[in-house]
Design a protein around this ligand. Structure first.
Ligand code: DGT
Ligand code: CA
Ligand code: CA
Ligand code: ZN
Length: 629
């Protein structure tokens, strides 16, 4: 039982208590416990074991005596009494109702008590019959919106967000990798290509344990994975199953000799593979999941690595993110594939929140976490006052916050100059690791990580774009900041004309540097605003306003296609995390994958530059001059 599962059970219990109109204090305690468990880096399973110190669990903030008992029950029995009791009363399917638009716990409780509804199908039928119209606060409008929501939910629920799939791939990888003789586990399919959603998870496994005479034992190990909800098929070298959330996983165990061919085949996409096979045929070759063979005598031309296969077909290696049959074969043939941006080339992050608005950490904590991740600078951009629920800032608070941010930056610079502080501490740690790993085949390069300039914290804001396109803070305030991100957070129902005009007006303000999450869509959730994206991007390019790729997995906005359009239109582009906690700075890696899918190089992205050149690039530099460096 891992922490993620324990946290999920506590969170579900909080939701069920809410439906049950339970004590708000109690509901909050379950929610806080779920969060605390989720953030633990040690496995609670070990802390909850019989021989472990009974105080170990209690040492975690947010976990009291009762909660510790619940967690011990979960570890031992897979559940705990309160959860069982609530699930008995409401049926597990009721949790799904909460994912529909407009269906908060109070509404779910109402349809349950009035109509006995515990699942989506029954809710849909009731809505269609008009049964909901008799309930308080539920008119025709609510019913229509709900039916549309159910339709969207069904359409989307067969796919999963990439970050969800990635987390499961990692957990399954840990389990499979523990088997002796298994050396390599690679997620293939749409996950490897970095699509923002995946239909199912394809995992390829190889090593001595996957050779034909012994593979059955390894397959047996895979089939005993505790996360499996339902085993669908178990063959000689393939195991398929589903997880609790319905995600299907296909695991294939393959001998080393054909691993490259299998990886190429199962990475796809289908369209890319079709084009590649046609190319093979033209050259007297045939490509399968086992090998690239010469047609005339069936001699293997390549099979062990993808590189060999692409080279044998007269192509440069094509990174998985580009394999969508969008011109990548032609570019690989003419040696004109771009050298795609890498996570390590991003030097700064220009959009994040602190406890000043709705973030969870302080300025200093965000900075230290960014340093730990190898960044050179960040901008702190808390919300403005129009977003009242985030405790957004007015002009005075924005400027006071900016002073604190700059002071924090000065503090870091002074520590740096004195040869101490988080940058030097990180470097010392890298050196120690290096010394410890001297005998390992992979040598880290501590010299490359030696800090040469002080980390910089830029003072910024995420200013709300109001309904009429004016900004939520005064021009004088904005002029006093290093980074102004402007974003839409309201009025999603505006017509295309209205919202396009609104955002165009906002970017006319000369103080705006970056347009935050430009289309407002949520992956598998909310449709984008009805904004004219091409017109918007053209205007941003003209005005020199950078457009953001927001790396929050549920946003991932701009999408890969819109990013490619932005680049073609000459827009400045930045990739940000919009982190609301230190751990979310890790989202940068996923954001970079989307940039890669858009064929972007480091030189296409502003925050790959050192901070001085970044700032120069943000201020009035014509968009066209980006490419020189
Ligand atoms: P997904 O799962 O819908 O997000 O998308 P993929 O790309 O992961 O597709 P999936 O899981 O059906 O298959 C994984 C890869 O295996 C796919 O990208 C290409 C290859 N593949 C699977 N079935 C076929 C097929 O019938 N023909 C060809 N050419 N390739 C296939
Ligand atoms: Ca797949
Ligand atoms: Ca599959
Ligand atoms: Zn925002």
């Amino acid at each position: 039982m891992d922490n993620v599962t324990i946290a999920r059970m506590l969170e579900e219990t909080a939701a069920l208590l809410e439906i049950d109109a339970g004590d708000p204090f109690r509901i909050r305690s379950y929610r806080r416990a779920a969060e605390a468990v989720d953030q633990q880096t040690t496995q609670l399973e070990t802390l909850a074991a019989k021989d472990a110190d009974p105080k170990a669990l209690l040492a975690i903030p947010g976990i009291g005596k009762g909660m510790a008992t619940n967690i011990r029950d979960i570890v031992v029995t897979g559940t705990f009494p309160l959860r069982d009791e609530l699930l008995e009363r409401y049926k597990p399917s009721i949790l799904e109702l909460l994912r529909l638009p407009g269906m908060g716990p109070k509404t779910v409780a109402l349809v349950f008590s009035a109509l006995g509804i515990t699942e989506i199908d029954a809710l849909e039928q009731a809505a269609k019959r008009g049964d909901l119209l008799h309930l308080p606060r539920m008119g025709q409008k609510f019913t229509d919106k709900l039916l549309k929501g159910i339709e969207d939910y069904r359409k989307n629920s067969s796919r999963f967000r990439i970050d969800v799939a990635r987390d499961y791939a990692e957990r399954i990888r840990e389990w499979i990798g523990a088997f002796p003789g298994i050396e390599t586990i690679t997620p293939a399919g749409s996950l490897r290509r970095g699509r923002e959603t995946v239909g199912d998870l394809d995992l390829l496994v190889t090593g001595p344990a996957c050779e034909p005479d012994v593979v059955a034992e390894a397959a047996q190990h895979v089939a005993s994975l505790p996360l499996i909800e339902r085993l669908l098929a178990k063959g000689q070298n393939k195991v398929s199953f589903t997880l609790h959330n319905g995600l299907q996983v296909d695991v294939r165990l393959l001998p080393r000799s054909s691993y490259g061919a299998a990886l190429q085949y199962f990475t796809g996409s289908k369209m890319h593979n079709v084009a590649l096979r046609q190319r093979a045929i033209k050259r007297g070759l045939t490509l399968s999941e086992y090998a690239l063979l010469r047609l005339e005598d069936n001699v293997v031309a390549a099979s062990q690595s993808e590189q060999e296969i692409y080279h044998a077909l007269g192509l440069d290696f094509i990174p998985p993110e580009l394999r969508e049959n969008n011109g990548e074969l032609e570019a690989a043939e003419s040696h004109t594939l771009p050298r795609l941006i890498e996570r390590s080339e991003v030097r700064g992050d220009l959009h994040m929140h602190t406890t000043e608005s709705d973030g969870r950490n302080s300025i200093r904590e965000m900075a230290e976490a960014a340093i730990e991740r190898g960044l050179d600078y960040i901008a702190i951009t808390d919300h403005s006052k129009n977003l009242a629920m985030t405790h957004g800032m007015d002009d005075a608070r924005t400027l006071a916050h900016a002073r604190r941010i700059r002071q924090a930056s000065i503090d870091l610079a002074e520590e740096f100059a004195a040869g101490r502080g988080p940058q030097w501490e990180r470097y010392q740690r890298l050196l120690r690791n290096h010394a410890a790993q001297l005998h390992s085949p992979v040598q880290p390069e501590p010299e490359a990580h030696k800090p040469t300039t002080a980390f910089r914290i830029l003072a910024g804001v995420e200013v709300d774009i109001l309904m009429d396109g004016t900004l939520d803070l005064s021009d004088e305030t904005l002029a006093g900041l290093d980074i102004v991100v402007a974003s839409v957070h309201s009025g999603f129902n505006q017509t295309g004309e209205e919202i396009t005009a609104r955002v165009l007006r906002a970017i006319e303000n000369p103080h705006v540097h970056i347009l935050g999450h430009p289309t407002g869509r949520k992956v598998l959730g909310r449709e984008p605003y009805k904004i004219d994206v091409a017109r918007l991007l053209e205007a941003c390019a003209r005005a020199g306003v950078a457009v953001e790729h927001n790396s929050q997995p549920e946003r991932s906005d701009l999408s890969d296609l819109n990013l490619r359009l932005a680049q073609q239109l000459g827009c400045k582009i930045v990739v940000n995390t919009d982190a609301h906690a230190t751990t979310q700075l890790d989202h940068l890696a996923g954001g970079v994958v989307q940039l890669r899918r858009a064929w972007l190089r480091a030189s296409d992205v502003l925050n790959t530059r050192p901070v001085e050149r970044l700032l120069a690039g943000l201020r009035g530099t014509p968009a066209g001059s980006l490419s020189e460096g």
